[in-house]
Design a protein around this ligand. Structure first.
Ligand code: PRP
Ligand code: URA
Length: 206
């Protein structure tokens, strides 16, 4: 399943993320705001059960979130701005981290850090990475999560390439992909075109 989040407020922010004149401070602010707005849609599949409360004027049959609870995964470096955003929406969630950096020549992900819960079988796992380009990083991450028994997995990006979405869907047809935009092309260095450049560098001013 693939969903592009068309909300005008998200599309407005993604346009300014693409703008080469957006500075790093604004880039972080926009990436976080777009992730919060889009995150509402990403988390719309959460299950609920009844929770009765009493207002100052009487009883009310309300709801609370029930299992499977969400678990957020940040693909470092750039994913942290998105897990921060989702944490605003669901502060009780635990956050796992996968440190990956793409080899400039082979475009294969190289792993430098891993911190995941041992058993993800009962959780709704939301992987956050602003960029889905060749899908190498996403596929590697999902392989790791499945080794930890994750079976309910969402991949959430701000920008994807058409190739990346197709490759990811082929490698892991069971996952749901949410993205805010999908561009047609990748260049010879694996960058999304027209894209937004290097998300990590723009976020961290490197
Ligand atoms: C970027 C991005 C993804 C990856 C996407 O990270 O945040 O993790 O590239 O590319 P792919 O779909 O072709 O694998 P990068 O490796 O540049 O690391 P960074 O977040 O530390 O900048
Ligand atoms: N990583 C990025 O940060 N940007 C791209 O366009 C592709 C991978």
């Amino acid at each position: 399943m693939k969903k592009i989040i068309e909300h005008p407020l998200v599309q407005r922010d993604v346009t300014q993320l693409r703008n080469k004149n957006t500075n790093s401070e604004d880039f972080r602010r926009l990436a976080k705001r777009a992730s919060i707005i889009a995150g509402v849609e990403v988390l719309s599949g959460l299950e609920i059960c009844r929770e009765d409360v009493v207002t100052p004027l009487g009883p009310f049959p309300g709801i609370k979130i029930s299992k499977p609870f969400p678990y957020f995964v940040s693909i470092m470096r750039a994913g942290s701005i998105m897990t921060d955003a989702l944490h605003n929406l669901y502060p009780e969630a635990s956050i796992g981290h996968i440190g990956l950096s793409r080899n400039h020549d082979t475009l294969e992900p190289s792993q430098y850090y891993l911190n995941l819960a041992d058993d993800l079988s009962e959780l709704m796992v939301v992987i956050c990475d602003p960029m889905l380009a060749t899908a190498g990083s996403a596929i590697h991450s999902i392989n790791l999560l499945k080794q930890k028994h994750a079976s309910n997995i969402i991949f959430f990006s701000l920008l994807a390439s058409k190739y990346g979405v197709e490759r990811l869907s082929e490698a892991h047809p069971d996952i749901k992909i949410f993205t805010c935009a999908m561009d047609e092309e990748l260049n010879d260095h694996g960058y999304i075109l027209p894209g937004l450049g290097d998300a990590g560098d723009r976020l961290f001013n490197t």
